[in-house]
Design a protein around this ligand. Sequence first.
Ligand SMILES: Cc1cc2nc3c(=O)[nH]c(=O)nc-3n(C[C@H](O)[C@H](O)[C@H](O)COP(=O)(O)OP(=O)(O)OC[C@H]3O[C@@H](n4cnc5c(N)ncnc54)[C@H](O)[C@@H]3O)c2cc1C
Length: 315
Amino acid sequence: MSATERENEIRTDVLILGGGPSGISCALECADSGLDHLLLERSQKFGGQLDEIPGPIPNLPAGNFHASGKDLSYAMLEHALSFGCRLEADVDILEADLENLSLRSKNTVYRSRALYIAAGARYREPTFENQARFKEYIHHRHYVENRHFEGRDLIIVGGGDSAFFAALAKANLAKSVTIIHRSSNFKTREDIRKLVQSDPRIEIMPNYEIISLTGEKRLEAVILKSTTSSEEHRRKADVVYAKLGYVPNSELFCNQLEMTASGHIKTDERLRTSKAGVFAGGDIVSPGYDRISVALGHGSLAVKFIRQCLSRNQA
Ligand SMILES: Cc1cc2nc3c(=O)[nH]c(=O)nc-3n(C[C@H](O)[C@H](O)[C@H](O)COP(=O)(O)OP(=O)(O)OC[C@H]3O[C@@H](n4cnc5c(N)ncnc54)[C@H](O)[C@@H]3O)c2cc1C
């Protein structure tokens, strides 16, 4: 380790990676039980994916809470600060050494006695041929201004709830809506699937994938290839909306922790990972169960087991 790195060494009992709901909930529980802790967040704001939730959160058991995800994250942050939580924003963790329970940013090494990984998930970005050329006509985030879809031939890619919700939401705006999915197995809620299937404004094309994008000055069409035959098909398109789900932010740990095939960190019922002293919770461990309530619950529960782990190590 160089002299400069030694100067920037920070020690704490519990390091928390990620300032979304799960990390904040863990920090709150640490503060409440008098545990020395530090939460690190790469963004300049706290709240993680809450920032992307534009409207009321229907499934949050928080009474009459009609605010947006942003409002919820402000409320959580304010509460955490009033509780004396130690939170640091704008710290991008670039390396993890789980054997030694340490995390490293550009200038600082953080060492701890226990680590809670709550690094969450992000949108899966599409990778189409010619994507760079047509990037202004390809969207994948949740919030996209309506003007990008108004009066356009819209191709939605994906076979899950978010693709089907997007189709329903854009059907009134777009000139045409087509859902393209690489298989005929749609992972959608049945009620939403029925709504889409019975909507004359929406066409569904199962067993196709986009192999390239084409156009002179702007996007004019997508080239589709059947996934069950060699058939190719050109379809008019002004805009592509890729709703391909989420991927866990677990790359830092891939050679150090046991993971599922989807890249989620494996934990036991005590939120312990395969490495001693390392716990994980929230979206990074929850394939297909990405919920604020789950993330909050994990963050809080982890502290119970972290405390047990710390007191065992002290004995
Ligand atoms: C559009 C949208 C709508 C949603 N609607 C709902 C809803 O209605 N109800 C519901 O229950 N859930 C909803 N969710 C899901 C919910 O937001 C997530 O389940 C929840 O935010 C997960 O919390 P988390 O703390 O596990 O992870 P995240 O919220 O993903 O937070 C993880 C944090 O870790 C940080 N991080 C990652 N890597 C690093 C690193 N190397 N260094 C430093 N920091 C790092 C990230 O910047 C991020 O801030 C929605 C999500 C989206 C995107």
